[in-house]
Ligand binder design. Structure first.
Ligand code: AHM
Ligand code: MG
Length: 336
């Protein structure tokens, strides 16, 4: 037998279960459920290019099946998988106006975790065959087990997360996640339907040469952000940096974590607090970033220290290689 056989995600979950401080197997089951739903969504995402052949949303395809929009499909799959396995007491999703309480009338249910999810992030990229992702965030509930989950269970600051991760449906499909003990990435072998540990202990390089921002919004940014962008473009030292913006947070983040870079979705005079949602976009990515030696801020504050007030709250988001985010911070502080 080959000695360099890669560990599978299933094996990794079991092996690391013991080192998790609240080890009861529940979190492992939860991550397993996400792995399963990710495979199903991956299968569907890969067929997206066939939509013209087999029918579009609202139509019936040649097998007589109803076609669904992929973001709706992904939302249903994740919710179904987590609900059927009875492993969480509540789910909040970008696709749902309010949170879902599970088993709320059964006082015997002992589920301790809530999940917040963006089932298909970057969904405007689906039609053009560009990478999209799923983002998830997991907390222990703060209200007593056996009672219905409440909004309080979801409105916890990101520093209380017990696990967070993303799936990137790219040239290959990967799950990247943390339980607070570093970040590991697993690549799907589509022939076998198995995720293998391909990127152990992922970390952001200290610095990098990539900045990622929607520069179409430039004139609406604050002076600090504008000046930082100019700084990135200036010919000096290791600059100019390269601009790379996919428009899928997961993919932009993933590339920057591997190559070194900074991602920015600032507030602007048009979008107010930016576009990204604190609870199921910024917090999980910030947890991963910090676990990978990076930084994530919402301006002056650390993303993970923001006390949420609403389920779908938006915040400005700056995240990436330590030295790059620190430099940006200098610019932001100059004008406040
Ligand atoms: P979505 O959840 O509706 O897909 O929006 C989030 C996405 C991020 O993945 C991406 O970074 C950002 O929106 C792009 O926004 P914009 O087109 O304004 O640059
Ligand atoms: Mg999103």
């Amino acid at each position: 037998m080959s000695t360099n056989r890669k560990q599978t995600l299933g094996e990794f979950i079991i092996e690391n279960q013991k080192s998790f401080q609240y080890s009861s197997g529940e979190l492992s089951k939860l991550i397993n459920a996400i792995r399963l739903a990710a495979k199903v969504v991956n299968h569907e995402v890969n067929k997206a290019g066939l939509v013209d052949i087999i029918g579009t949303a609202g139509e019936t395809n040649i097998q007589g099946e109803n076609q669904q929009k992929l973001d709706v499909f992904a939302n249903e799959k994740f919710i179904q998988t987590l609900t059927n396995r009875e492993i969480v007491c509540g789910i909040a999703s970008e696709e749902e106006d309010s949170f879902i309480s599970i088993n709320s009338n059964d006082e015997n249910h002992q589920n301790k975790y809530v999940v917040l999810i963006d089932p298909l992030d970057g969904s405007s990229n689906i039609d053009v065959n560009v990478s999209v992702g799923t983002i998830f965030s997991i907390y222990r509930r703060v209200t007593p087990v056996g009672t219905p989950a409440t909004l309080e269970d979801f409105l916890q600051p990101g520093n209380q997360q017990v696990a967070a991760g993303y799936v990137v449906y790219g040239t290959s499909t990967m799950i990247v996640y943390t339980t607070g003990d570093g970040v590991n990435g697993f690549t799907l072998n589509p022939a076998l339907g198995t995720f293998y540990l391909s990127h152990p202990n992922m970390t952001f390089p200290e610095t990098g040469k990539i900045y990622s921002v929607n520069e179409g919004n430039y004139i609406h940014f604050s002076k600090g952000v504008k000046d930082y962008i100019k700084y990135c473009q200036m010919e000096e030292g290791d600059r100019p940096y390269t601009s790379r913006y996919i428009g899928s947070l997961v993919s932009d983040f993933h590339r920057n974590m591997i190559k070194g870079g900074i991602y920015m979705y600032p507030k602007s005079s048009v979008t107010g607090n930016g576009k990204l949602r604190l609870l199921y976009e910024c917090n999980p990515m910030a947890f991963i970033a910090e676990q990978a030696n990076g930084i994530a801020i919402g301006g002056k504050t650390r993303i993970l220290d923001i006390q949420p007030t609403e389920l779908h709250q938006r915040v400005p988001f700056f995240c990436g290689s330590r030295k790059m985010v620190e430099k940006l911070q200098e610019f932001l502080e100059k004008y406040h």
